[in-house]
Design a protein around this ligand. Sequence first.
Ligand code: 5AD
Length: 343
Amino acid sequence: MPTKGYFPTEADLGAQGAKQKTFHELAAATTRKHFGNKIFVRAVVEISNFCRENCHYCGMRRDDKDLHRFRARHEQLAELLIQHRPASVTDVNIQAGEDPVAVREIALPLIKTLSRETNLGISVCLGTLTPQLYDELQNAGASIFIMKFENADAQQYELLEAPGTLDERITHIRLLAEKNWNVSSGFIAGLPGQSPRDLLKNFELARALPLNGCSVSPFIPGEKTPLAKFPTADPNETFNCVAALRLMRPDWVIPAVSAFNLAAQDGYRRGLRAGANLVTINLTPDEFRGDYIIYKRDRFIMTEQRVLDAVAAENLEPSKMSLADFYRRKKLNVVAEKIPVSA
Ligand code: 5AD
């Protein structure tokens, strides 16, 4: 299978057995060619589970009036990240439900403290915000924005009550990229009613967007969501999507998401074998973890040990360079290439 200009087919996304093995090996080899055996290691802190959105797939949707809502204290998180982060962590992702109060009161002060006191690269995953807030986050020191488009079919997007409209989401992704953010997006594979053709549309959209990375989340039926009765995503299809993303965009950063472990035994390792090159250690304080339920109460928490064991078991190594520095360097290289040698 040639990788130049690769775009997946329905057959690729449905591959099984020997065909699938070859497909994933090609994706893994492509990853090694671009990133060696290094895997980016970031921490995530989940700072608030308040959410003004109502996504049918998500356990933190606003209609769940029974969920205990929390906001963390930025001082506590700063202490944790400055004094007690694992040595392998080079970046932190600050994540929340869509809660502008938490952006102002927790994320911004936390980012300012971390930029002042550490070399950590800073990513945020905080939903669709105002351009002013994007600027404030960037000025505080964040450089990577995670904004998932979730589902490339506008009609399904609307039915699922995903954030705003698909058009608006795409506009925000483009705006962030124009403002010099490194943008990573993502979609959910195996949503109820998603046909193979629908799944492919996610690749068409991802390919057209100004991204540095993209995730695939296997659909996990959330206990108290309208989609509770639907089946979990097919793990084969999920990891085929990872391999296809890698072959489509050899230089993208593709995360192994914790939901891989909910979709399959050894899911995290299978993700790494299909071309993922970013892992995440969950450092959310214990007291909050239980209420940050994207899927279900019984979360599969990726601890430092689990993450590093999976990386080592695949003969890979934590990257010493942060994701933020990696992107910075890449941009400098692009600029350098544009300057004529004689200049
Ligand atoms: N299954 C898979 N992914 C989900 N997400 C939320 N709920 C689910 C689910 N049930 C993903 C979405 C969201 C991110 C926080 O988690 O992509 O943006």
